[in-house]
Design a protein around this ligand. Structure first.
Ligand code: BDP
Length: 682
């Protein structure tokens, strides 16, 4: 499997002096393995002491694990002083490290083995810069302790969702046709990639837990233990999605009522068995009372009752239950204007704030609907201060081009993470996630030779890990790291030209995607079922919700308190007021919150209808330009990877044209307003 960031690249920079690794344990063995692979490839010498040679290029040392090499000893003294990091007491935590230069030696110092591993990957990212004497001494710690990827992988091939639900990168890395794949070598490479970008947790099966998958908790636990074995040396804890009905479907009980003694005992016993096999098991992930999954409602109980039941079983072992807030009625009557899918999560969960056990994490999709290319941030994230909340994003590109379109999501996630739901003086979404729940992405990886189907979609996986580690990183800089690690080692052309081209194609690709798809935050104009390509009215008159309300006069969903569904009232000020007001609402979300006439004038000065035409023409032109740029790289990259991207850009252009034409025609016919620039609309 090809062209993914190569965790050994920086070792090219090593000179003739050895690399000293200090410390013991499973994760230190991983560091040793990384360094010896690098030395085998690029030259250099690994030294695992003590005793220590006097000189070295790089020292990776555990503080408090006996005598350390000279340069590290100097750093230990530095590490104790707050001046080094400027912010705190020098504590490095379980995953942090100090990176510095001391007496011409690069030093990584950690208190725990995971810190050493992350520190080593940092050196790799820096490349030559890690060995310059002006390397600043800095302490690094993740902003979010929990950085998780959820795989929506089925063990058995599912008749509707296939091997991987919403998977666009081939089959599952873990499962095939009803059984575990038992391919540890490839899994190890995957674990290595994940650790290299900072991910420390995975869930190995689909949130929609079907019959075969339910058995992972019991009869098939051995398969999960085997996966955990591979991920453990990379500091990654394995989680399992479980069905709330497990006591019935697996335990033979007549009920799964969370308040029933037998049910509680069943979960306690099942969980005990899990920890016997997997002592560092992370916990459970649950989709309950959502899109047909079983849940506590059947017993007249609420989500706190349900989540606390599993929390109680996990607590003695240090596990967490991740309970998803993606709960809405998918059997709505489209004629009933009082139902609003956007409201559902807040309606269900906000009243439960304070009732969840300490080891419950309520996992909230970043937006109120469903991973659209543009949505406001979910108001649930501002409404549950007494609950640990995780923010869920979707790396798999269900609604963002399905890994056939280039759509670099770093800027979008960054915008979400920097959003301040309580206004300028309040916390960011990153702070909310940092308070205990962390960041989660639905994985975009499969058994495709390029890991992610579209080779450029690897950037989303990488950016996810990096933003989960530090949500304030600049997405452009993350892309730069990714280009450096992934592409520069495999190009035969001019590296700077390659870098420029990659940036030109990817930097703004999410906004390009937004331009040629559903306009101004209205969302969901996709083909029903598979969700690829345009179908403006595809969902409009179905049970799944009503999304755009376009008529001859205007378009958009009235979600105001004054005249609409009242959704704006779920936000705290100032956003409740900003979104309520048609004049103050940001352009990009206007149609999410308001139904407006086609000639309504945006802040940009354009009318809504003209905005629709202009952005759709522009979006297609941008894709055509991307395709041209990529062509220029032929010859600089291996044909297999160049062709794969070229093929997908052809499809992206075809699809963008289709989007443009359907959206423009639809709104031209509805509104009767011609394009101000006289362009042809069919
Ligand atoms: C939707 C997907 C569906 C998932 C669901 C979820 O279309 O396949 O099961 O989200 O998050 O976006 O549970």
């Amino acid at each position: 499997w090809h062209a993914a960031w190569l965790p050994t690249a920086a070792f090219r920079e090593l000179g003739s002096r050895p690399v000293l690794v200090h410390g013991d344990g499973l994760l230190v063995d991983t560091v040793l393995d990384e360094v010896s692979r690098a030395c085998a490839r690029y030259g250099g010498r690994l030294w695992h002491g003590p005793p220590w040679p006097v000189d070295a290029d790089l020292v990776l040392a555990l503080r408090g694990a006996g005598p350390v090499p000279n340069a590290a000893a100097e750093t230990v003294r530095l590490g104790a002083t707050p001046a080094v990091n400027g912010t705190g007491d020098g504590a490095l935590g379980d995953e942090g490290y100090l990176l510095t230069r001391a007496s011409g030696v690069t030093v990584v110092l950690a208190d725990a083995p995971a810190g050493l591993l992350y520190g080593m990957f940092h050196v790799v990212r820096l490349g030559a810069a890690a060995f310059h004497d002006d390397l600043p001494a800095r302490r690094h710690r993740p902003a979010l302790d929990r950085r998780m990827l959820d795989h929506w992988d089925n063990v058995a091939l599912h008749p509707v969702s296939g091997q991987v639900e919403r998977g666009y990168a081939g089959g599952s890395l873990f499962w095939r046709d009803g059984a575990a794949r038992h391919e540890p070598a490839r899994l190890r490479d995957y674990a290595r990639l994940l650790a290299a970008c900072g991910v420390n947790a995975i869930c190995v099966n689909n949130v929609n837990v079907h019959d075969t998958e339910a058995l992972l908790l019991t009869d098939r636990l051995g398969d999960v233990a085997e996966i955990a074995e591979v991920f453990r040396p990379y500091g990654i804890r394995v989680h399992l999605a479980v069905t709330f009905a497990a006591p019935v479907v697996l335990g033979g009980l007549p009920t799964a009522d969370p308040l029933d003694e037998r049910v509680r005992d069943w979960w306690a016993a099942a969980t005990r068995r899990v920890y016997q096999r997997i002592p560092d098991f992370g916990g459970y992930l649950v989709k309950a009372d959502s899109e047909g999954r079983p849940g506590p409602f059947a017993y007249g109980r609420d989500h706190a009752d349900g989540a606390n039941l599993l929390a109680e079983a996990l607590a003695p072992h240090g596990g967490v239950v991740r309970w998803r807030a993606f709960v809405y009625d998918h059997h709505q009557d489209w004629r009933d204007r009082s139902t609003d899918r956007a409201r559902a999560a807040h309606d269900h969960f906000a009243p439960l704030d304070g009732r969840f056990a300490d080891n419950v994490i309520v996992q909230v999709k970043f937006g109120p609907i469903d991973f659209q290319p543009r949505e406001p941030v979910s108001p649930v994230l501002a409404a549950m201060p007494a609950t640990r909340l995780a923010v869920e994003v979707q790396a798999t590109q269900e609604y963002t081009g399905q890994q056939r379109h280039v759509c670099y999501l770093g800027p979008w996630w960054s915008e979400v993470l920097r959003f301040r739901p309580h206004g300028a003086a309040g916390d960011t979404i990153a702070d909310v996630a940092g308070a205990g729940g962390g960041l989660v992405a639905v994985s975009n990886v499969g058994d495709d030779p390029f890991w992610t189907g579209h080779p450029l979609a690897q950037a989303n996986l990488y950016a996810f890990g990096r933003l989960a580690w530090d949500p304030l990183l600049d997405p452009g800089a993350i892309l730069d790291e990714w280009i450096d690690l992934t592409w520069l080692p495999v190009t035969s052309g001019d590296p700077e030209a390659l870098r420029r081209t990659m940036h030109a194609i990817m930097d703004d690709s999410w906004r390009t995607y937004e331009r040629y798809t559903a306009p101004l935050g209205v969302g969901f104009m996709v083909r029903p079922g598979h969700h690829y390509g345009p179908d403006v009215d595809g969902y409009e008159y179905t049970q799944w919700g009503t999304y755009h309300f376009a008529d001859r006069d205007g378009v958009g969903v009235d979600r105001t308190r004054a005249t609409g569904t009242g959704f704006t009232g779920q936000y705290p000020p100032p956003w409740s007021e900003v979104y309520e007001s048609r004049d103050r609402c940001p352009d990009e979300l206007l149609l999410f919150f308001h139904h407006v006439p086609y000639r309504h004038v945006l802040h940009s000065g354009r009318t809504v209808i003209q905005h629709i035409y202009d952005t759709h023409f522009a979006g297609v032109e941008e894709v055509a330009a991307m395709r041209e740029r990529w062509r220029l790289l032929a010859g600089a990259l291996a044909p297999a990877v160049h062709d794969r991207v070229a093929e997908r850009l052809d499809e992206q252009l075809r699809s963008a044209v289709e989007w443009r034409d359907q959206i423009n025609t639809y709104f031209f016919r509805k509104s009767g307003v011609p394009d101000a620039h006289g362009r042809r609309i069919h």
